[in-house]
Design a protein around this ligand. Structure first.
Ligand code: BT5
Length: 254
């Protein structure tokens, strides 16, 4: 977008990129339905191939939910082939985006297990990792990690109560390059080192939460912490459970 100095630009990102693989093949689109869908449709996409869109018309969240993706935000998906366990990718990506936002914007988010970054208690980033299977063999051949960051966004009710945004002036090209660099680093690091960082920025231990397991009734529990596999350990009526997926909402004072 040559006419918009604040816009996402492939050339500027490339100039800032210090990765081996991530973002080395990079496409920037004005608009697409979903960068995850776009990348999953590229059967021959190589490890690290990245698609960024300036807006998405059908941005995806987990469980078929929608991720609002207005112009101004950063919507990025990376193809990961044969690297970390797919189940660990979201944790590694959350740590990576946390580091990137801290280094580029000097803003310290908190991580909400498992895939959200919050700023002042509001969600500014969501992450969706989807497995990719070979259409011929049905075997898992990789994972697409999609990261949506709100920048200068104003949301309509009811989303305005929970969604937040990084400030409008953020350098999205520097942010995209930093996300890719940090993601590469977090994929290389031993999982326990990533978890140490993740736990340090995920202040959920001791908090009361509502757990909404898919297809089952919600229940109240207290968070004990995050175990060595990245699962959220909650205690309910004296019983300990490790959650590997599912929705958890924090009980907030407001
Ligand atoms: C997520 O799902 O948060 C994962 C979002 C991943 C988006 C990226 S953008 C690039 C790539 N391409 C895609 O199509 N997706 C990925 P989940 O935890 O299920 O949260 C979805 C919920 O967050 C919604 O039901 C809303 O309540 C809320 N939400 C929707 N849009 C939001 C936004 N822009 N900011 C904050 N919260 C939002």
């Amino acid at each position: 977008m040559g006419h918009n100095p604040d816009g996402v630009c492939a050339q500027r990102i490339r100039a800032l990129l210090h990765t081996r693989a991530l973002g080395r093949v990079l496409t920037v689109l004005d608009e697409t339905a979903s960068t995850n869908a776009e990348l999953r449709a590229r059967e021959c996409a190589v490890h690290g191939e990245t698609v960024i869109a300036r807006r998405q018309t059908a941005g995806r969240g987990r469980l078929g939910r929608r991720f609002e993706s207005p112009e101004g935000g950063l919507y990025l998906s990376v193809m990961l082939r044969g690297c970390a366990e797919p189940g660990q990718v979201t944790i590694r990506a959350a740590a990576a985006v946390h580091r990137a936002v801290l280094s580029v914007c000097a803003l310290r988010c908190s991580i909400k297990w498992v895939n959200d970054l919050l700023l002042d208690g509001r969600k500014v980033c969501g992450i969706l990792t989807e497995g990719v299977c070979s259409p011929q063999t049905g075997r898992l051949t990789g994972a697409v990690c999609g990261i949506g960051l709100n920048v200068g966004a104003v949301f309509e009710p009811p989303l305005d109560k929970t969604a937040g945004s990084l400030p409008a002036g953020v350098d999205k090209n520097a942010l995209a390059a930093a996300v890719l660099c940090e993601l590469e680093r977090c994929l290389d690091e031993p999982f326990d080192a990533v978890l140490r960082y993740y736990r340090a920025h995920c202040p959920m231990a001791g908090q009361d939460v509502t757990v909404r397991p898919s297809g089952l009734p919600p229940y109240e529990a207290r968070v004990e912490g995050i175990d060595d596999e990245g699962r959220l350990v909650v205690v309910r009526g004296g019983q300990r459970q490790a959650l590997s997926s599912g929705e958890v909402s924090l009980h907030r004072e407001d």
